[in-house]
Design a protein around this ligand. Sequence first.
Ligand code: GSH
Length: 403
Amino acid sequence: MMAKSKIYIALAGLLASLALLAACSQGISQNEADAMVAEAVAEAAAGMMTKEAADAMVAEATAGMMTEADAMNMADDMMMEGSRVEAIKERGRVVCAGNNSLAGFGFTDDAGNVVGFDIDLCRAVAVAVLGDANAVEIRPTTAAERGPSMQSGEVDIMSRNTTWTSSRDATWGNFAQTMFYDGQGFMVPKDLGVSSAMELEGAKVCVQQGTTTELNLEDFNQQNNLNLDVVTFPDNVSTNAAYTSGQCDALTTDRSGLVATKVGFDNPGDHTILPGTISEEPLGPVVPHGDEQWYDIVKTVMAILIYAEAFDITSDNVPTSMMGNKSVDRLLGLEGGYGQDEMGLSQTVAQDVIKAVGNYGEIYDRHLTPLGLEREGSRNALWVSAPCMSCPKGGQVYAAPLR
Ligand SMILES: N[C@@H](CCC(=O)N[C@@H](CS)C(=O)NCC(=O)O)C(=O)O
């Protein structure tokens, strides 16, 4: 990984060439070009640009792929760039990479809106920053498009059934806490007569490209000498269509994805999801590297949703006066603080967020419970639903205490 100082040196070099280009073009003096460069370097050094974006720019420029016009535009963009929150406020909406083809998590409804569990997090974040749950632009993003869309910094957040892995954390962006704990499973037609993935020897398995699913399947296949015939597809629709048309014996993805997909089949009863999982798939939102304020805001919004549920605060009962419970009063912004000022959020941000989108449980019930994704007793129950501190029977949903 390139050290920060190196990036800025590389960037300064690049910007010097941009200055020359700019100065050579009509309508801009050398002095103006120098001023542009100084400002852009300062902004880049202040961390307003992601490391990946800087790397990409340097690579592109040194490969001679950039035209003079592109270089000018890029310099302009950099000059306009402030912190991500400032950019969002100026733009008036949060740009969110989402799924539009996975029931429950992110899909296009009959009215043409992209909705779902993951999408509601984007809406909650939009309330926190802009005071409006609808101030969100959802950019449908396939599995393979995810890395590049984070690295370019073109989206503010990705909330799209995405597994947190160490390499994605290092190269895509910062993962906030997990929103849904999952694992990879297999679905087969009932008449295949198989009851475990270990019985799939020689089977044709449909899987989507650019996913952890594809990599896990490779490991599972090799380790168990299953001699699987792996068939890959670029998106959800084509993967599922291949499975339902009988091109494959089995379909594999996150178990939640299998449940969501099966519900949409013409004859769901003809298919079965095999027991067990072959991997860990902690699914959660990601933000581009390089802006800690923004990263903190997203984590805090998730904490608000989770603690609101823990304290039984729902969208239709948000108290506006002191309740006499210090944690609840602090969450609601009625006493003390938990970093709202430092993050640039209003003192009563939690009231706004919960009123607009509900707590974690309400979001789950709105989108995932109808699919049959049982929450009670699962890993996706709240940790605080454990009956006591030393009996770990609660789920894994937990967040940084708000204080
Ligand atoms: N959690 C896995 C799988 C995520 C994934 O993209 N799954 C597929 C199948 S459920 C999907 O959502 N595809 C939607 C699309 O690309 O259109 C990952 O992060 O790689």
